[in-house]
Every structure is written in C-alpha cells, then in structure tokens.
Design a protein around this ligand. Sequence first.
Ligand SMILES: Cc1ncc(COP(=O)(O)O)c(C=O)c1O
Ligand SMILES: Nc1c(O)cccc1C(=O)C[C@H](N)C(=O)O
Length: 396
Amino acid sequence: MTDFTATRARFDLPDGIVYLDGNSLGPLPRDAAHRIARTVTDEWGGQLITAWNRAGWMDQPARLGDRIARLVGAAPGTVVVGDTLSLKVTQCLAAALQLRPDRRVVLSDSGNFPSDLYMAQGLLAALGQGHELRVVAPEDVEAAIGPEVAALMLTEVDYRTGRKHDMAALTAKAHDVGALAIWDLAHSAGALPVDLTGTGADFAAGCTYKFLNGGPGAPAFVYVAPDHQHVAPLLSGWLGHEAPFAFDPDYRPGPGISRMRVGTPPVLQMAALEAALDIFDTVDMQALRARSQHLGDRLIAAVEARCPNVTLASPRDPEARGSQISFRHPEGYAVMQALIARGVVGDFRAPDILRFGITPLYIGEAEIDRAAETLADILDTAAWDRPEYKHRAAVT
Ligand SMILES: Cc1ncc(COP(=O)(O)O)c(C=O)c1O
Ligand SMILES: Nc1c(O)cccc1C(=O)C[C@H](N)C(=O)O
C-alpha cells in the first residue's frame, strides 16, 4: 500500500499550480532544501575536505545507485550515479560495441531522444571503424533486429508520445540474434516498474531530475549487467580507477560498476537526490503504476469529452504507454502557454505536442480534472490566440 496523500505532503509545490511537468523536471521535495543546507553548512562548512570521508561524499554515488537499483529492478552493485544521461548512454554504447567487435550496426528509433542519437553519432565517428547508426520507426524496431546488429539502443518511453517499448520482448529478440540491449530509462525510472534483471537488459541509463525528483542538474545513473562489468570503460576518469588516490599514471579500471564513475561527484545535487529517494522508500511501484494509469485514462476521457480539436498522441492502452499523456493541436505552443498562464503547467514539444506528465506522488484526480477543464475553456474561447503566447522561449 502506498499513501499518496502522504507522498503529496512531502513536496513543496506553489499554491494554485497544477504541475504536470514532472516528466521533465520533478518538483522540490520538502526535505531537499534542508538536506542541501545541512550538506553545505555542517559538511562543507564544518568538515571541509574531511567530509569526503567523514560525511561519506565519496561513496555516495554507489549508495544512491543501490537505492535507484531497487526502483529499476536491478541488483545492488549494478548501478552508480554521476555525470549526465548523455554521457552515461555513451559509456553504455561504447561498452556494448566493445563486446561485439565484429558487428557494425547500432539500431535505434526515431522516437529516441535526440541527444542519444547525437552522442551515438559522435562516438561512432570517433571510433572510425565504419559503424552505422540505423534509425527506424519505433514500430519497425523489432523487425529490424538482425544478425548485423551489435547493439539495440532505445529509450523505453518516448519523450514525445509516451509510447512504451516492450523491454522484455525487444531485449529477448536482440539476444536471439546475438546483439546487446541498451535502455534509456529517462522517462521510466520513478514513473513505472522496471525490471532490468528480469528482462535481461545489458546496459541502461537514466536521469534523476524527472520522475525521481532529484532537482535541476541532478546526476544520471548507469546500469551494467553483472556479466558485462569486466568491460573497460570508454571514459577512464580517475574516480573509476582501481586506486584513485594512488595517483598512478596508468589507468586500471576499478571493480564492478565503480569503473563507470568518471570524475568528482556533484555533492550538493546528491544531497537533494537523497531527499527525493527517501520519498520513494515509501512507494510501491506497482501501486504507483496503477494510479498513474487511472489518472492518465481520466485525463484522456475528460479531454476527449470536452476538446474536439485536440487528438490523442499517446497510446490509448495504458499498458502501451509510460506515465505521460500527449495531445496534438496545431497551435500547441500557444495553447500550452495559455495553460501555464492559468496555472496548469505542462510543456510543448515540436511540432504540435502538448505534454502532460502524470505523477501520482503529488497529482490526483482534482488536478487532472482542473487541467482538462482549463484546456477546454482555453480552446472554447480561443484564449491561446494572443501574440504573447506565440512568442517562443529559448527553453520549451
Ligand atoms: C530520453 C532522454 N535521453 C537523454 C536525455 C538527455 O539527458 P541529459 O541532458 O541529462 O544528458 C533526455 C533529457 O534531456 C531524455 O529525455
Ligand atoms: N534536461 C532538460 C534541461 O536541462 C532543460 C529543459 C528540459 C530538459 C529535459 O530534460 C527535456 C526532456 N528530456 C524531455 O523529455 O523533453
């Protein structure tokens, strides 16, 4: 059982706001400010350099990794936090290619987040071994998994539509042809149950500032299946070294997942993430999923009943989507600005997608209903049709 009234009380949300953008940046856990203040004042201020040992800063990436491991169905010692998701995906891809030296194709899909594709392009070019990044439509991925594929590199939940891949089936298909599977869990971790061990995923990475609520700039996490932890890391930074404080000029990878560390961990961000993960300690991910599906269905039903000019962009089947609902409208950007002006915060993704994150830890039926009613009113009255709502900001 999960008490969602209790989890709601653990977030500091502005009054009057319906926050449906936790799929991009989670809100502030109430304990985070206090936890960061304590890290700043008692640890940084009071303990200075000794805090790396006394306050446990140096081991925090592994401790937080183990806490995230529980949420993504991974064993202790298989997850570590640090760096950004773009970098962690790159490390995963490099490791997978090292394990499949005779193959030259990396298979991904057009629903993947562009940064993953960009990083793959950069890595493959730098390797200079003639690898091809093959990008197919999401629905064509399964058929495209063939014996030439070294690695399947996918984001489980599409950032635009919320469409969810079948991680177990695609990983199994990849393994059938001798390929490895890398999963980006940016829109999965903290949003729905993930079973990295059970699906046999080879590598995975995710960010902690979305559904996990670790705050802007919170570090990413990376998962390496136990069988692959012997691979030499692409980014051979000193904190992934076997003995960082030996200051040996030659790199020797550290044991297990520790070799996926690169450099100095973000101590203040980790303090915030720790506070966010405390909330997840009280959460049953199956209960979270059930409530997310119910709230998503409710939003779809309310919007479709009242807003004939928007079309559903997410799968109608709750099992086939993650924890966001997207709709299309030709004036989506202006409509979203009008919604935000009325306190309903979602976001927009080009060319025409209105995105609403469904986050049961702090969103309930009342917020879903208010969002749908506000959207209907904005569309009925064309309240979006104002120049100030059409002017695009740098960050959308
Ligand atoms: C699916 C996905 N992958 C990768 C990224 C990039 O993450 P980062 O900016 O932390 O590198 C994002 C979001 O920014 C994302 O949604
Ligand atoms: N990481 C972000 C940022 O630094 C600024 C604005 C947005 C983001 C995001 O995470 C976007 C997100 N990946 C998305 O799904 O669109």
